[in-house]
Design a protein around this ligand. Structure first.
Ligand SMILES: [Zn+2]
Ligand SMILES: [Zn+2]
Length: 521
């Protein structure tokens, strides 16, 4: 029922982001108004100088994410945003070449944040600068709208060299409000494909609609991904071709397939209440829901209902490694991707921890976002102790599952859910740490952020490796990134579209965003 949405059952911020966006009247979507208009102007002027001229970086050790091999003392030559040669250092360059002496540094391909909501922001340029400062050169936008797709079609989403590249975006999230029935979801998927969506993103829908949507997307020829749905079997969705699972589920959807209690838990999941849109128009309903969802997106864990939290706890407690291996094998067999977004799971489930009151990202967020975060954290803090204990014990197990799937060969990419409540860029640093703490090796983390993202996108020929012919998107590091995940973020410079940004420049961008309370001034 709609009321259940108002009282809170959304499992993840994606739902809320997508709902909020799709429910907004076009005039309120902020894509071309106020601060956003200035952002669009900034973006379009930057896009006019999209790629650099000649650039050369000397003296570096190149790290190959494919096998972890390192080639010391190399020069990288770039032109028009592409790597044109990778050669032993000390060859003479053309006088017009910008030459960077990076002796002793390590170079890896630029990082890709494959779960971002940064374009939800009224003015995303500050957040994208933060992403660049943390080595993010590409991102997958995980929710859109008709207006965003129109802007994409008009070439308005090329943000220039001070921002990462938009790799892919969905249209509006699939929800009961645009896909309440099989007929409606069929129409919506066809409409989004025609409008230029790169994929269909499922937020929240009835299990029957969900499974039908996967079939329709397959017939139409567009990837479908996002949230697995309560009441629908995760492996059935996998078999039908669900392309990418976010947040390890979310909720208990994947855990149930790894549980000794799968049958009982699945039956319980099927019995839960599912959100339905009303068959008739209710005045102001959209505005009311939008207001509610804006709060939900800050921390869905604070709003989840007891049966859903308890089902997650029970599924985790009855984890069976043999079943989990069979589940992982099925993901491998079907080529299903996983984007665990551990940083998002952690901030949801540990929301009231003292460390989040002193987190570095607070220096870069809009004041209104911080105020909202504090308010919702108060709600989370007030949850009954038994539910908070479930969350408390869930997070380390979710880390374990990410490592388990990685070890089992499941295809994995890095994502953060970064947006106005999770500092973009900084969250990728935290995601690396969470994966590392889970036991994932620095090389595997590097692969998730580079070659795996390239494979996911079907761009293995142009991304993910530092060699001639690839995109000139690079991260320069002060220390060997294969020694520790921390070194993946000891960034001395970033090359985006062939433009070099020194540490000093990147720090300058961060300082601007800090002084602008989340925005570039
Ligand atoms: Zn999301
Ligand atoms: Zn999500």
């Amino acid at each position: 029922m709609v009321l259940s949405l108002l009282t809170g059952t959304a499992p993840c911020p994606c739902c809320a982001y997508g709902h909020a966006d799709s429910l907004l009247p076009v005039s309120m979507r902020n894509l071309f108004s106020g601060r956003a208009a200035r952002a669009a102007a900034k973006a379009s002027s930057a896009a006019a100088t999209k790629v650099s001229g000649l650039l050369r970086i000397d003296g570096v050790t190149i790290v190959d994410p494919r096998d972890g091999s390192k080639t010391p003392n190399m020069s990288i030559l770039m032109n028009m945003g592409r790597i044109t040669a990778v050669v032993p250092a000390a060859t003479e360059g053309h006088p017009s070449i910008d030459r960077i002496d990076a002796t002793g540094k390590f170079v890896v391909p630029g990082y890709n944040d494959m779960h971002s909501h940064v374009l939800e922001l009224e003015d995303p340029t500050g957040s994208m600068a933060l992403m660049l400062a943390e080595g993010v050169t590409g991102f997958r936008q995980m929710s859109g709208s008709p207006a965003l797709l129109a802007r994409k079609a008009a070439g308005g989403l090329a943000f220039g060299p001070q921002a990462p590249q938009l790799l892919q975006t969905s249209g509006a999230l699939i929800t009961p409000f645009n896909a309440g029935t099989v007929e409606a979801v069929t129409e919506e998927i066809r409409r989004q494909k025609a409008a230029g969506a790169d994929f269909i993103k499922v937020g929240l829908c009835h299990p029957e609609v969900f499974l039908a949507a996967i079939k329709v997307a397959g017939e139409v020829g567009i990837p479908i991904l996002g949230h697995l749905q309560e009441g629908a079997n995760a492996l059935e969705a996998t078999d039908l071709g669900f392309h990418s699972v976010e947040h390890l589920g979310p909720s208990a959807t994947v855990w149930m397939c790894c549980s000794d209690d799968e049958e009982a838990l699945s039956a319980d999941s099927r019995r839960r209440e599912f959100i339905k849109a009303p068959p008739f128009k209710i005045p102001f309903l959209e505005q009311i829901i939008m207001k509610r969802l804006r709060k939900l997106l800050i921390n869905p864990a604070a709003f989840a209902q007891r049966p859903d939290i308890e089902r997650l706890g029970q599924a985790i407690e009855t984890f069976n490694p043999d079943k989990a291996k069979r589940t992982a094998d099925r993901f491998v067999e079907k080529g299903t991707w996983h984007c665990p977004t551990l940083v998002r799971l952690r901030t949801q489930e540990y929301a009231d921890r003292a460390e989040y009151r002193q987190d570095d990202m607070l220096n870069y967020l809009p004041k209104a976002s911080i105020k909202d975060w504090e308010m919702i954290t108060g709600k989370f803090t007030a949850l009954p102790d038994d539910l908070k204990r479930i969350y408390d014990s869930a997070y380390p197990r979710q880390q374990m599952l990410a490592k388990f799937f990685s070890d089992a060969g499941v295809k994995m990419i890095c994502g953060t859910d970064g947006g106005s409540y999770l500092g973009p860029g900084l969250t990728l640093k935290q995601e690396f740490k969470e994966l590392s703490d889970a036991g994932v090796s620095p090389l595997t983390i590097l692969q998730m952020a580079t070659i795996n993202a390239a494979e996911y996108l079907g761009r293995s020929d142009s991304m993910g490796v530092v060699e001639s012919g690839r995109d000139a998107d690079l991260v320069l590091l002060d220390a060997d990134p294969l020694d520790s995940a921390e070194n993946l973020h000891r960034i001395s410079g970033v090359v985006r579209a062939g433009f070099y940004h020194s540490r000093q420049t990147l720090d300058g961008l961060k300082a601007q965003v800090a002084s602008g309370c989340g925005y570039l001034n």
